[in-house]
Design a protein around this ligand. Structure first.
Ligand SMILES: [Cu+2]
Length: 284
């Protein structure tokens, strides 16, 4: 996402909001900025419930994402304990799923200097914003303290819900596939992301290096991810829960991309992409 384009967006939204039109209509979407550095999040402490656009600015050098998760009735301390990996990946994920987490959606992974924009519907409750990317030392960013508490308060009484963002394509997530309603094309798109389940999924969009293919990516994975990566993430949607929807705004340019899901499998803990949840798409 081009920074100039990003800066233009809120200005445009502001103009619309301040145009003086008194006609009834849904209010503008609440926009929340999350700043990610190595390895700290800056974000508001409290936001109102409802449809919310999250703009994550990656001002670090490493890849970052902003997974937003909660679990009914859990304290922040319990959420923060659940996010820290244990020795067994599958054991950790089983314990995480056992608290019946909710992942309404968060900005997907982007490189340093880039930004990641999504819209998600958040219910009131306690949430944690966390980054589960790994550093070259093998530690996950969440282990380096890259997490932050977020309180979502009930929307004010009588408040009208904001309208859903307009999307031009839908990507449906399932065990273990991506289904695209129409071919993705070059340009800026707002993609509606639907999770038909049964598991939690995500949509990560990665641009393959020139001449590289899905086979090269799979070989790189199988080789223990040594050497330079064959793809670079350009955004995505972390979530949503089964049966829920969200939106991701992303700019694609001609080339070859991958749609990937790194969510651990509920049975064996392996990332869903190893169960086939990876797809190569050509953008023209
Ligand atoms: Cu998945």
């Amino acid at each position: 996402m081009n920074m100039a384009r990003l800066r233009a967006t809120p200005l445009l939204a502001l103009c619309v909001a301040c145009s003086g039109t008194k006609s009834a209509g849904p209010p503008a979407l609440n926009v929340v900025t999350i700043t990610a550095t190595d390895f700290v999040f800056d974000a508001p402490d409290t936001i109102p419930a409802g449809l919310t656009t999250f703009r994550m600015l990656n001002q670090g050098r490493e890849l970052h994402q902003a997974v937003i998760f909660g679990a009914p009735g859990k304290t922040f301390a319990e959420l923060e304990a659940a996010e820290q990996p244990t020795e067994s990946m599958v054991g950790w994920w089983h314990a995480f799923l056992a608290m019946q987490p909710t992942l309404p959606g968060g900005p997907g992974v982007v490189t340093g200097g880039d930004s990641s924009i999504i819209t998600a519907n958040l219910a009131p409750g306690n949430y944690v914003i966390a980054c589960f990317m790994a550093s070259p030392d093998g530690k996950l960013h969440v282990q380096k303290g890259m997490f932050r508490r977020l309180v979502v308060t009930p929307a004010p009484a009588g408040a009208t819900a904001a309208a859903e963002p307009k999307s031009d394509v839908t990507v449906t997530l399932s065990d273990f596939a991506f289904a695209t309603s129409s071919p993705l094309t070059a340009g800026t798109h707002t993609i509606r992301v639907e999770n038909s389940g049964p598991q939690i999924h995500e949509l990560t969009i990665e641009r393959l290096a020139p001449g590289k293919t899905l086979a090269d990516f799979q070989q790189w994975l199988a080789g223990g991810m040594r050497g330079p990566p064959v793809s670079a993430p350009v955004g995505g949607f972390a979530g949503p829960d089964k049966g829920k929807v969200g939106w991701v705004t992303v700019t694609l340019t001609p080339g070859t991309y991958l749609l990937t899901c790194y969510v651990p499998d509920a049975k064996d803990g392996a990332p869903h992409l190893l169960h086939g949840m990876v797809q190569q798409v050509t953008i023209s």
